[in-house]
Design a protein around this ligand. Structure first.
Ligand SMILES: C[S@@+](CC[C@H](N)C(=O)[O-])C[C@H]1O[C@@H](n2cnc3c(N)ncnc32)[C@H](O)[C@@H]1O
Length: 264
């Protein structure tokens, strides 16, 4: 119970600030899977702006939408001497349990919504969200929450898959439409059909059956085709968000989908 007498649940040692629990079945299926090397590499590349500058400091980080914990694992592996109560937040309890199992050193696990972060303003030295804002009902509002909880002078990093045009974009739209029509059973069947050809598709993770297990590949396919609602922006739209919140863009990896870091 907090000082305003609001009561919050603690489930399996994880404090919950939301009664929503999305994406649980997705992460339950992956509880026993390891994190593919390709995903770890992509996470390390995304985190470069904070790994470069803060490697030896004890800056406080927020991983908003931590999923199965790939970014917190990279941060712990690359900077083993860091200490502090960094926060890994997700709307899925199963994701948090999976992430906690990976590496809990220096991390608190919080069940919450990135669209309404349960933290005071100016709390973190860096807040980042990899592949998460696109799933939220109001991605720009979620982004504003990352900005709010970051300290002045702190860093905000986001990764979002952009709108894909041409034939590829059209096929992708068709597949997503088919998933909506056929529900969870149809979506699972479709994802199983895509897994063998995943390596031939222009994915950022470059995951395929040559370097990952069937379940690991299926996880990547499902996050793209299963969600009812997904937001695919133009890169300029995301750059405009940074300007709207008076953030200085400090890193914009043009060879990555949309991977931008800014300073508050
Ligand atoms: C594609 S996964 C990415 C996970 C992780 N960041 C990674 O890079 O592997 C998207 C994650 O966002 C979480 N998520 C979706 N909507 C959310 C919200 N409103 N608040 C917090 N997490 C959310 C999902 O539960 C899921 O773990």
């Amino acid at each position: 119970m907090c000082k305003n007498h609001e009561a919050y649940n603690i489930v399996d040692g994880i404090l919950s600030f939301t009664d929503q629990d999305h994406f649980d079945s997705h992460w339950e299926d992956n509880y026993y899977e390891s994190i593919p090397e390709m995903k770890l590499n992509a996470a390390e590349r995304f985190l470069q702006p904070i790994l470069k500058d803060d490697a030896s400091s004890n800056s406080l980080y927020l991983d908003a939408g931590c999923g199965d914990g790939v970014h917190l694992k990279v941060l712990n592996d690359v900077t083993p001497s860091r200490e502090g109560n960094n926060v890994a937040l997700d709307i899925s309890t199963s994701a948090l349990l999976t992430a906690r199992k990976r590496d809990a050193k220096n991390w608190e696990f919080i069940h919450g919504d990135v669209g309404m972060l349960p933290f005071a303003s100016d709390s973190f030295d860096a807040s980042f969200s990899f592949g998460v804002l696109a799933y939220t009902p109001d991605p720009k509002k979620s982004f504003s929450e990352l900005v709010r909880v970051t300290k002045p002078g702190g860093k905000i990093g986001i990764w979002i898959y952009p709108k894909s045009g041409g034939l590829g974009g059209w096929v992708f739209g068709m597949v997503r439409g088919l998933c909506k029509l056929t529900g969870s059973i149809g979506t699972s069947l479709i994802s199983n059909m895509i897994v063998p050809v995943l390596g031939l598709l222009p994915t950022q993770s470059k995951l395929s059956l040559a370097n990952a297990s069937w379940k690991q590949c299926k996880e990547v396919v499902l996050v793209n085709i299963a969600p009812e609602q997904l937001f695919f922006p133009e890169p300029e739209e995301i750059e405009a968000w940074f300007k709207d919140f008076n953030l200085e863009i400090t890193s914009n990896d043009k060879n990555n989908p949309i991977a931008i870091w800014g300073k508050k």
